[in-house]
Design a protein around this ligand. Structure first.
Ligand code: SDX
Length: 426
């Protein structure tokens, strides 16, 4: 016999019991799936602030503590000790890979990183200068046309192939979207390079694949850059039922192709309230321009009549520091010396953080810096153009989306997503 919650309709005095379901971590849920049939009413939860849409065993967040775990392992440990590819394997298989499995996984992703020629031609259909997120979303959906075999859901190796293929191709799709946006030719993947280095290579190499050399003949792609970007991919890999993952699951629930579901995730992520915030943070810091102007912008962010918001601040779940922001902040300090972090942008960002963490408006609303507040400054130091900030988020998050897609498809009793409404019309 489950514990229950009783809801009483005070208009009729009738009471209704609903089961409480407990998870392995975090809040329990009240199973209200029979609420409409029992009461004739719908529940209402604008923005799903108190609603669990599914059960999952992939990622756990404790917003009050500022805790994030992938398959039970804390993000701080993974960011410090594991490569992004090891984290991908962990998310997909619920276990960290052995050295052999890591090598096999890495090799397979290198071989799968190429795009069919027809898909490459797609980019040329877009106006020159198109934002990489627009062409990336379209190209991701188009990938489904090259792999339209209906997945045998009972065949684990088919799942793995479908997942590894899109994880492998996303950096190439993103790099090609960037190259097209600047009118440069595409640089094919180089399978002698690691996953993360290859992405930077495809973004930066000259036609013919030669890399720019520093004056002293140093490698154009430094180890510190590869490690920093690899950590950024890990921090973005998954994040429970956020808006873009919910979009992926909703599309999965209709039975559409997995790659168009991922494309829906790419589109949802682009919004500045979500993954597009990293690009908006830098634009905002540049607009503020100097430390002296920060106070005026903080006042605007607090003004209820001004739609201006402090990009990179606040989070639906974290009511404490975003643990990913903490990792990025320490990475920022490490990079300070190694890479020329834009000191003016850094000063403005540090001033915003200093004020906001002590100002009653932000403190009372538990508005802390989130992952996007710091990622933009670091990506700028890595000489990544701002138009590529959200595509980099896409690359990191692809493994989370496809893992959540697989969990949905394997789930027992998963239903098509079909919320109801409070009707206010005629
Ligand atoms: C990501 O969900 C995820 O997990 C997302 C993500 C992931 O990994 O997938 O973590 C990635 O999207 C991070 C968030 C990036 N977005 C931004 O940085 C954009 C700026 N932040 C806000 O737009 C906002 O904080 C949200 C969208 C992130 C959260 O919005 P909520 O939870 O719906 O909160 P809300 O809008 O109801 O705000 C509560 C109050 C309001 O004030 P009051 O009406 O109570 O007076 O806080 C205020 C808001 O006006 N507020 C802000 C603010 N964020 C919230 N005021 C000023 N600046 C802000 N940034």
């Amino acid at each position: 016999m489950n514990d229950t919650v009783t809801i009483t309709d005070n208009r009729t005095g009738k009471s209704y019991d609903f089961d409480i379901l407990d998870g392995t971590r975090g809040p329990s849920v009240v199973n209200i799936s029979s609420f409409y049939t029992d009461t004739g009413m719908f529940t209402y939860d604008n923005g799903y602030t108190s609603t669990a849409s599914c059960n999952s065993s992939i990622t756990f967040i404790d917003g009050a503590k500022g805790e994030l775990r992938y398959r039970g392992i804390e993000i701080e440990e993974l960011a410090e000790k594991k490569s992004y590819l090891e984290v991908c394997f962990l998310l997909l298989n619920d276990t960290l890979p052995t050295k052999e499995q890591t090598k096999e996984f890495d090799l397979e992703l290198r071989h799968r990183s190429f795009l069919q020629e027809g898909l490459t031609n797609l980019f040329h259909a877009f106006p020159s200068g198109s934002h990489p997120m627009a062409t990336l979303s379209a190209a991701t959906a188009a990938l489904s046309t090259f792999h339209f075999n209906h997945l045998d859901m009972s065949n684990e190796s088919e799942y793995q192939t479908m997942a590894r293929r899109i994880i492998a191709k996303m950096p190439t799709l993103a790099a090609f979207a960037y190259r097209y946006s600047i009118g440069a030719c595409f640089i094919q993947p180089d399978i002698s390079k690691s996953y993360t280095e290859n992405f930077l290579y495809m973004m930066r190499a000259y036609p013919g694949g030669k890399m720019h050399m520093d004056m002293d003949g140093q490698r154009a792609i430094k180890e510190i850059e590869i490690k920093a970007l690899d950590t950024i991919f890990t921090l973005h890999a998954d994040h429970e039922q956020n808006a873009s993952t919910t979009s992926v699951r909703n599309v999965a629930s209709t039975g559409a192709h997995p790659y168009v579901a991922i494309s829906a995730g790419v589109s949802a992520l682009w919004g500045r309230a979500h993954g597009g915030a990293n690009e908006s943070v830098i634009k905002q810091l540049e607009m503020i321009g100097s430390v002296e102007n920060v106070d005026a912008f903080i006042a605007r962010a607090k003004d209820p009549d001004d739609e201006f918001r402090l990009m990179g601040f606040g989070h639906r779940v974290y009511k404490n520091f975003d643990p990913r922001a903490k990792v990025l902040k320490s990475l920022q300090v490490q990079l300070q010396d190694e890479l020329n972090l834009d000191s003016n942008l850094m000063k403005i960002a540090n001033r915003i953080e200093e004020i906001a963490l002590n100002d009653e408006y932000f403190v009372s609303r538990k508005l802390y810096p989130n992952i996007d507040f710091y990622s933009g400054v670091i990506l700028t130091a890595l000489k990544i153009p701002t138009s590529m900030f959200t595509p980099i988020f896409v690359i990191g998050r692809t493994v989370g989306w496809i893992t959540q897609w697989i969990e949905f498809k394997k789930g027992k009793g998963m239903k098509i997503a079909r919320p109801r409404q409070l009707y206010l019309g005629k």
